[in-house]
Design a protein around this ligand. Structure first.
Ligand SMILES: [Cu+2]
Length: 500
């Protein structure tokens, strides 16, 4: 069970057992940010005493509670295999922390002394790196210099003082473990709140996985990423960021993967106000609507949500707005085209005659193969596309309405070069509104989910009445909250089963 309650229980149990009877937080001096786990900011956050920062909300991911040992804030992270539900019908076997990938967000204040107990429940050694932290060398988590790797079943206790402020993160320092999901946010709230203060403060973590068709374990060596996730969910399963019209909003972004992500926000102009190095002086803020979040970087943007409506927020790389695309499965609509040259041949790494990866002998191909099993890739052909044949062939997911609507394909479509494209990644046939329904996406037009794939969600700027209604429904827990149940299987989410 990976609920917050069980985690808090675990944290408390751990605290009582391993430390000198720390007390649970609650006093202002040891502000606990873990209540900010929900996908929205409640009214309580608007009534916070002056001087206390607005808690950062990481939609779909918990914030980590802590215990106090004297004046030290004690956090507990367990590096472990997790079942991460990235979409209603897709649970991946990832590696993460405390039941999710990314792991829970840690929030503390500049100047805090923190102790982070890291238990390794992985089948191999690991270590925790505190990315960008100005801390003693022996706390840096980079074997072999600063420490020995933490062996399976082992524990390492990190302790340091937070000298900085801003958006940071923690991650395994083993490269392949990073590609299995081992990342988590670490917010250092400033001693003096940033000005102007924000009403909403969000964190989104950008990650990517390459998963063979019909598989659930990422290939951590493959570079053909087909699951692009925000906070461990792929669109349309990502919980939208919900704000009230007129709110000042901060969105913090962190990226740990193989790709840089140009994150684009519709309908607003933001200022880039922070990097992985903390706050940028206001005189150096940069206006924009797209910010490139490079690998290993953090970017904060701020804006006033003064434009009502549901606005897309997404990575603008076209292939990062897709789910489960693959070169060797599904509808490949061109005749006689090789469907994924094997990685051995296409990259010329191990075999191939002649030994030139880009020679004509190897192309054209719809992308590289997916590695394991790719040698069985076969050319596929579907012939010309017609509304009827397409409708039949797209019905490959049980219970989902994959049919094209009349008028979706022009009468002369097959005479237009470029048609049909290699895959359909958006449109009515991709819609799964019911399966991802939750208060935060209520009220969107029917079929909305068919256009929200991959690293893509909404910023929803609602009128005060609309906003209050959504927050009431969130607090009542009206719908299954995928965000609060990382790792849950579909069987236990009855309302998220495909329509039958
Ligand atoms: Cu991207």
């Amino acid at each position: 069970m990976n609920t917050r309650r069980s985690f808090l229980h675990r944290a408390l149990t751990f605290g009582a057992a391993a430390l000198s009877v720390p007390t649970l937080v609650g006093a202002e001096s040891s502000q606990d940010f873990s209540a900010s786990r929900s996908a929205g900011h409640s009214e309580k956050s608007r009534r916070r005493p002056a001087g206390l920062p607005v808690p950062v909300v990481t939609p779909d991911i918990l914030s980590l509670g802590h215990a106090m040992d004297g004046s030290v804030k004690v956090f507990h992270l367990v590096a472990e295999p997790v079942k991460q539900q990235v979409a209603p019908d897709k649970v991946l076997d990832l590696w993460g922390f405390n039941g999710s990938a990314p792991g829970p967000t840690i929030q503390a204040n500049q100047g805090d002394r923190v102790r982070i107990v890291v238990d390794n429940h992985l089948p191999e050694p690991t270590s925790m790196h505190w990315h960008g932290f100005e801390i003693p060398n022996n706390m840096d988590g980079g074997p072999p210099v600063s420490q020995e790797p933490i062996k399976p079943g082992g524990r390492f206790i990190y302790e340091f003082t937070l000298l900085q402020e801003g958006t940071y993160f923690y991650h395994s320092h083993m490269a392949m473990q990073e590609m299995m999901g081992m990342l988590g946010g670490f917010i250092m709230h400033p001693k003096q709140p940033y000005r102007p203060v924000v009403d909403k403060d969000f964190l989104i973590a950008l990650q990517e996985y390459a998963v063979l068709p019909s598989n659930v374990v990422p290939n951590s060596m493959n570079m053909e990423f087909n699951w692009l996730v925000i906070n461990g969910k792929a669109g349309p399963a990502i919980t939208p960021l919900v704000v009230r019209l007129g709110d000042r909003v901060r969105i913090r972004m962190i990226n740990l993967g193989m790709d840089h992500h140009p994150i684009h926000l519709h309908g607003h102009t933001f200022q880039v106000t922070g990097t992985e190095g903390g706050r940028i002086p206001e005189t150096a803020w940069i206006p924009g609507n797209t910010v490139l979040v490079g690998v290993a970087q953090a970017r904060d943007v701020e804006f006033v949500a003064n434009n009502p409506g549901s606005w897309m927020l997404h990575c603008h790389l076209p292939h990062h707005m897709m789910n489960q695309m693959s070169s060797n499965v599904g509808l490949l609509t061109r005749t006689g085209t090789a469907a994924g040259i094997s990685i051995e041949n296409a990259m010329g790494m191990f075999t191939g005659e002649p030994g030139v990866p880009t020679a004509d002998d190897y192309g054209p191909s719809l992308g590289r193969g997916m590695g394991v099993g790719s040698t069985s890739d076969q050319p596929r052909s579907n012939g010309p596309l017609s509304p009827r044949s397409n409708s039949q062939e797209m019905q490959h997911l049980p219970g989902m309405d994959m049919s094209m609507r009349s008028g979706d394909i022009a009468p002369n479509a097959n005479s237009v070069p470029g048609f049909p494209q290699d895959a359909f990644m958006e449109g009515p046939m991709m819609a799964i509104d019911d399966m991802v329904a939750k208060p935060q996406n209520s009220g969107l037009p029917a079929g909305w989910s068919g256009f929200m794939q991959g690293m893509m969600t909404f910023l929803r700027v609602l009128t005060p009445d609309e906003y209050d209604e959504v927050m009431r429904r969130v607090e009542r827990g009206e719908k299954p909250q995928m965000p609060d149940m990382p790792g849950m299987k579909m069987d236990s989410l009855p309302n998220m089963k495909p329509r039958m």
